[in-house]
Design a protein around this ligand. Structure first.
Ligand code: NAD
Length: 285
């Protein structure tokens, strides 16, 4: 049982919008915050469409869907969510930006509010240096994409995280229908330390002419029993997010094997970010 009544989610992109929807579906009030009005409105249409589909597939009644949707409020100013009793930061994967957001979170939210981050790869201890007086309340709460479907929450303690914060994070993850699994605080944690180099290698294989993307993906699906090939998965994750995670691991682990593949960087620079922009490795338009 979690005592969290209102969750603030910072960042309304792929992950923040999913976290907000899952929390609201589980009876938690949500304040979804983004600097971009456009992202907030995209998140709202994603919420409405997902709930319409759930009703159509008889996973919930119209009334349940509408109640969940009514629990989500969208804001561009974090201070509009100051009555939340838990925050999950899910903004762009950039340590400097996240530290700025953490400082602001510490100003806006009161003592006792957990400051969680959905970072894929940045050290929790490093992020906590932005809020030295609140380091006991900083924790990694790493959801997976798509949040409504994926069961895992990787739970990462920073050096200063208190046992109470960890216990409450496990309780909240379970209350959201997820399975929390601990990992230690190394760049990329477990999930991306293992997954991202494989995705990156798929980009190298493509640019080396080993096979076209469809065939790289088919080979990994049919030959390795992956539910989805690495390049299609990269489109789901966001190619910018994949590049940023590789850069964080390169910096944090100090090995050039973590440099993002030139083909991945090239697509990001062309604005081909994957599903979210309609075009990445594949055309999703
Ligand atoms: P995204 O690019 O879809 O969304 C990021 C959002 O953050 C954007 O809407 C942007 O406007 C917003 N933002 C930027 N600065 C902000 C600020 N100062 N205040 C409020 N909002 C701000 O990215 P995403 O894929 O949702 O990733 C978000 C986080 O989740 C990253 O740390 C990423 O590593 C992590 N993550 C991503 C995935 C994935 O599959 N995409 C999976 C797990 C974790």
């Amino acid at each position: 049982m979690s005592d969290v009544k209102k969750l603030a989610v910072i960042g309304a992109g792929t992950m923040g919008s999913g976290i907000a929807l899952v929390a609201a579906s589980r009876g938690i009030d949500v304040a979804l915050i983004d600097v971009s009005e456009e992202q907030l409105s995209k998140a709202s249409s994603y919420h409405a469409k997902t709930m319409d589909r759930n009703v159509k597939k008889e996973r919930m009644t119209r009334e349940e869907a509408d109640t969940a949707l009514s629990r989500i409020g969208c804001h561009t100013d974090m201070s509009d969510a100051s009555d939340a009793d838990w925050v999950v930061e899910a903004a762009t994967e950039n340590a400097d930006l996240k530290k700025k957001i953490f400082k602001r979170m510490n100003e806006v939210f009161g003592d006792g509010v957990v400051l969680a981050t959905n970072t894929s790869s940045i050290s929790i201890t490093d992020l906590a240096t932005a809020v030295p007086d609140a380091a006991d309340r900083v924790i990694g709460m790493h959801f997976f994409n798509p949040v409504p479907i994926m069961k895992l929450v990787e739970v990462i303690n920073g050096r200063g995280t208190s046992e109470e914060t960890t216990r409450r994070t496990i309780e909240l993850s379970e209350a959201m229908g997820k399975v929390p699994v601990p990992a230690n605080d190394h760049a990329g944690f477990v999930s991306n330390r293992v997954l991202m180099p494989m995705i990156n290698e798929a980009f190298h294989a493509w640019s080396d002419g080993v096979a076209e993307p469809e065939n790289i993906d088919s080979i990994m699906v049919l030959g390795c029993a992956f539910p989805m090939g690495p390049l299609r998965l990269a489109d789901h994750i966001g190619l910018d997010v994949c590049r940023d995670i590789m850069l964080v691991m390169h910096r944090g682990l100090g090995d050039d094997k973590y440099l993002p593949a030139p083909k991945l960087v090239e697509l990001v620079e062309e604005g081909r970010l994957g599903n979210k922009t309609g075009h990445g490795v594949y055309d999703h338009s």
